[in-house]
Design a protein around this ligand. Sequence first.
Ligand code: MN3
Length: 198
Amino acid sequence: MAITLPPLPYPKDALAPHYSAETLEFHHGKHHNAYVVNLNKLIDEKKADGSKSLEEIIMAAENPGPVFNNAAQIWNHTFFWNCMKPKGGGEPTGALAEAITRDFGSFAKFKEEFTAAGMGQFGSGWAWLVSEGGKLKVTKTANADLPMKHKQTALLTVDVWEHAYYIDYRNLRPKWIETFLGSLVNWDFVAQNLKGAK
Ligand code: MN3
């Protein structure tokens, strides 16, 4: 069973002006696609993993390693596209808002921690909101690493690899994270992830 590149959950120009069609052309069409092409090559070469799901491949693979790196980056990007939507941003509501207040003190405090995680990730990686043992926390991972390898459920992520923001924001990672939270984040998707979280 070959792994395929999932389509974006919105048209390529739907996130402009905050995230351009050109960025999505490269980020989804080139970067995300390359991870899919590479993983399928590795699966063919090994003549193994062919019947496994993407999650099973990630959990069985050693981090770092070529299979893990490509498989986890496929999962991370598919998850990340869903963390954004046209006219996103604002504040969460309902059970998600309550859980954020419970575990961070306030939404402002959560934003501060999430931004600090994204800024504090030296080099390539991801900032996350995760659920761990029923508690929400902010984490960061390097390169392709992801919450499922740490017994955590991913609720939200922002890509802080340079390829995620260089076309629209050049070297300004803080501006990218601020815009992600202010104008792009899809709290409905995060709320849905919280419902299924352990
Ligand atoms: Mn990326």
